[in-house]
Design a protein around this ligand. Structure first.
Ligand code: CO
Length: 187
């Protein structure tokens, strides 16, 4: 899918939903139509993610309860002299109706979320996963992932089930971050 041409993204950026919006804790529904609208949605989600910037974005974060997320753990972003950004090594990926079929080992990464800006904390997840999903054509795909890609997929898939990375923190850490976060968001 073409998403970036002559230094510009082809999609339209969407509004990101912030915690504690209820949609972020609601389960998303399976996608059944693989049409041009879905392609457009994926393009818009990618464009939103890159410009935020973030490495993953799930549909509930743009106020849509559908089982789709996008990610890119490979790109780099550099500020140009005219204060716009240039993007290189784009590797956009789209996952529809994803299911984790195997989990192995564990690893810890510091995570953040576009819907909870400014909060970063270490989360323990499976090191390796096996994933089944559909692409934009509705074709069944299989993927084995480890490292950052594995963590990112698990984080985004959680969004489709209404689960946030802060849900894995101890009550003490969670409250510590959320108190500061909610104070910041009020301003
Ligand atoms: Co997130």
């Amino acid at each position: 899918m073409e998403i970036y041409k002559e230094g510009k993204f082809l999609g339209n950026p969407l509004n990101i939903v912030y915690y504690p919006d209820k949609i972020l804790t609601t389960k998303a529904q399976a996608i059944t139509s693989f049409n041009s609208e879905l392609k457009e949605l994926a393009q818009n989600m990618l464009c939103t993610m890159y410009q935020a910037p973030g490495i993953g974005l799930a549909a509930p974060q743009i106020n849509l309860l559908q089982r789709i997320f996008v990610l890119d753990v490979d790109f780099t972003r550099e500020e140009k002299e005219d204060e716009t950004w240039s993007y290189t090594d784009l590797n956009p990926q789209v996952f529809i109706n994803p299911i984790i079929t195997k989990k192995e080992g564990s690893s810890v990464y510091e995570e953040g979320c576009l819907s909870i800006p400014g909060v970063y904390e270490k989360v323990k997840r499976a090191e390796k996963i096996k994933l089944e999903y559909q692409n934009l054509q509705g074709e069944k795909q299989e993927l084995e992932a480890s490292g950052l890609l594995s963590t990112c997929i698990q984080h985004e898939l959680d969004h489709l089930d209404g689960v946030l990375f802060i849900d894995y923190l101890s009550p003490l850490k969670r409250n510590f971050h959320l108190k500061k976060y909610l104070k910041r968001m009020k301003k």
